[in-house]
Write a new protein. Structure first.
Length: 222
């Protein structure tokens, strides 16, 4: 038996988790590149290590596959946030690390940004069908609530700091950095998207977010 037979399509029969992971990874790239309407199951199947029949077996149809890809995209970013172990850090350090992680994650995962952009074109209708996505994203705000609570208890953060608003600011700046990179570069040049520009943007984004949370008299205690 050659390596292709042993490790290719035939080798997936005993690994359903691997089949699903492979399909989702390929489908993510296809949906991100072509949107829900433009992506084709035939094209996805051709690029996987399995078959079109198995895609339908595991996911049912293209819309349900798209929904699962969307869930997986959010699951990945939220899992990364959990791995930060923010509870062991001071409130300022925790908020800093979370903001830095989000900026870096979004920059490294442009397909995630494109998936969110595509879902906004669909007015969030597929996201709205997923209880899993709602649960995953509730955790993002809960993490910030815990950070803000500790910051207030230590007298560092403003009493009126809003975790949801902090999440909005972190997400907005990190998202725009990827979503509008092409148009921004064509209009203003690509200086901000080189290594030095990205370091500067991330640093200043963190300073703005932490500055929003801190009491005015604590700004010198970062």
């Amino acid at each position: 038996m050659d390596n292709k037979t042993a490790n290719g399509r035939g080798g997936w029969k005993q690994d359903p988790a691997g089949v699903r992971k492979n399909i989702l990874a390929v489908a993510m790239a296809e949906f991100a590149a072509n949107g829900l309407a433009g992506a084709r199951i035939d094209e996805i199947a051709a690029k996987t290590d399995t078959s079109k029949r198995m895609i339908y077996y595991y996911f049912g149809d293209k819309e349900r596959l798209y929904g699962k890809v969307l869930e997986e995209a959010y699951r990945e970013v939220r899992a990364g946030e959990e791995d930060l172990e923010l509870d062991h850090l001071s409130p300022v350090a925790a908020l800093t690390r979370l903001a830095e992680f989000t900026f870096d994650h979004h920059s490294r995962h442009p397909d995630f940004i494109r998936m969110v952009m595509i879902e906004n074109i669909h007015n969030g209708q597929y996201l709205a069908r997923s209880e899993q996505i709602r649960l995953l994203n509730a955790g993002a705000v809960q993490n910030l609530e815990a950070i803000c609570r500790r910051g207030r208890e230590l007298g560092l953060f403003r009493d009126d700091v809003a975790p949801l608003e902090l999440h909005w600011h972190i997400s907005a700046m990190s998202f725009f950095n990827v979503s509008n990179r092409a148009t921004f570069s064509h209009i203003f040049g690509d200086t901000l998207f080189g290594a030095d520009g990205q370091r500067s943007l991330k640093q200043h984004m963190v300073e703005m977010v932490v500055g929003l949370a801190l009491k005015p008299d604590n700004h010198g205690r970062r």
